[in-house]
Design a protein around this ligand. Structure first.
Ligand code: M6R
Length: 364
């Protein structure tokens, strides 16, 4: 039930600190400060590459995971949307882990891709929110998210729980491959344990974001920009906005702006920039300046440091807590979800049941 919330989506956004903590509980040993997968008898040390396949928001969680698997575990990662993967005759060599990510565990294309990889001799891992689903039943390694039932068609809490599991999996693979010291593993565990509190800090901006909805609601097009592991968040932000507010939105890697999309920029196109401070921040700031020089209106989502440096002249800023780069994608998911939600409310659309969309896509 919706309780005090107006929509299921809103309730599910606000549940994130609790369900992410709930999910992490089964992947972290807090006292020992180690990562532990539910099926610890399964040895992943021999895995030599990872193939990630999913659709929609689950695919974006996979894109974030690619950065983590490469950075921490030094594993080569191939990733594709299921509808492309299953028909492109991918090269699948022995020793590969095929990883499928799905809230429902029933998405037709993802399930078909899973069966294809199984027939090709890959080890099958699944991150699913429904433990009784087809994908869960057909997996060698089941990695459940504990988000609870997700009713809103726009996925929110399933996404952040997927990211939590994938971060734990990345750390586990890194340990297995001798790529993480005890101290580094403990540091990752500590950061993940901090996540629910950081999600709460992000949620505290709800009213402020609601107040910005009128700035975005009249737009015909909106661009989202991000870099590194926050680039998939730009794609996710754009998907959320188009799904529920019906505004055309595109996510781009910040550095791709000048390769085409900058031609779209004028006063009528808000540009949402996701940029935690850090080594890549300066580069994103110069991309922002390119936007502003063409009359573009920037909404900057960053931390205090980033906003102090680049917030001036923005249409609006949303201040996130300063977080470790590992958990930034989980934390920055919250403002993009809230922004899409409030814009949809301002446009009076059917938030939980957007037109033309089904919660679970069980046909091709
Ligand atoms: O159940 P799944 O995670 O496999 O679903 C995948 C997509 O259909 C899903 O993420 C869809 O894109 C959502 N409506 C996004 O909000």
């Amino acid at each position: 039930e919706k309780g005090n919330y107006r929509h299921f989506m809103q309730k599910e956004i606000f549940e994130q600190p609790v369900v992410v903590a709930q999910t992490l509980r089964s992947y972290l040993r807090r006292v020992e400060q180690t990562v532990a997968l539910p099926q610890i008898d399964f040895d992943l040390a021999s895995i030599n590459r990872v193939t990630i396949v999913a659709c929609g928001t689950s695919f974006y969680a996979g894109m974030v995971a690619k950065y983590w698997f490469e950075q921490f575990a030094r594993l080569p990662v191939d990733i594709d949307v299921a509808s492309e993967f299953r028909y492109r005759d991918p090269v699948l060599e022995p020793g590969g882990l095929a990883l499928f990510i799905s809230q429902s565990g029933e998405t037709a294309d993802t399930l078909a891709a899973l069966r294809h990889c199984k027939a090709a001799g890959q080890t099958i891992a699944v991150v699913v929110n429904v433990p009784t689903s087809s994908m869960a039943r057909e997996a060698d390694l089941l990695l459940p998210t504990h988000a609870g039932p997700e009713i809103g068609v726009a996925s929110t809490k399933a996404f952040t729980c997927q990211l939590a599991v994938l971060a734990a999996l990345a750390a586990h693979l890194a340990v297995k491959r001798g790529r993480l010291s005890r101290e580094e593993e403990a540091e990752i565990v500590e950061q993940l344990v901090e996540t629910p509190a950081c999600l709460n800090a992000a949620l505290a901006h709800d009213e402020e974001i609601a107040g910005m909805a009128h700035l975005i609601a009249p737009a015909r097009d909106v661009l989202y920009l991000g870099r590194g592991p926050d680039y998939p968040l730009a794609l996710e932000g754009a998907l959320k906005l188009k799904e529920i507010s019906y505004i055309h939105a595109e996510g781009y890697a910040s550095g791709e702006m000048k390769h085409g999309p900058i031609a779209l920029i004028d006063e009528a196109v808000p540009v949402i920039v996701l940029a935690p401070s850090g080594p890549l921040f300066e580069k994103t700031v110069s991309n922002m300046q390119e936007v502003r020089a063409r009359g573009g209106k920037v909404v900057l989502i960053s931390d205090a440091e980033g906003i102090a440096e680049a917030g001036e002249g923005c249409l609006a800023t949303i201040e996130m807590p300063k977080v470790h780069p590992l958990i930034a994608p989980l934390v920055y998911a919250v403002p993009v979800q809230l922004l899409a939600y409030h814009v949809a409310v301002a446009k009076d659309t059917d938030v939980d049941q957007p037109r033309n969309l089904a919660k679970s896509v069980t046909v091709e």
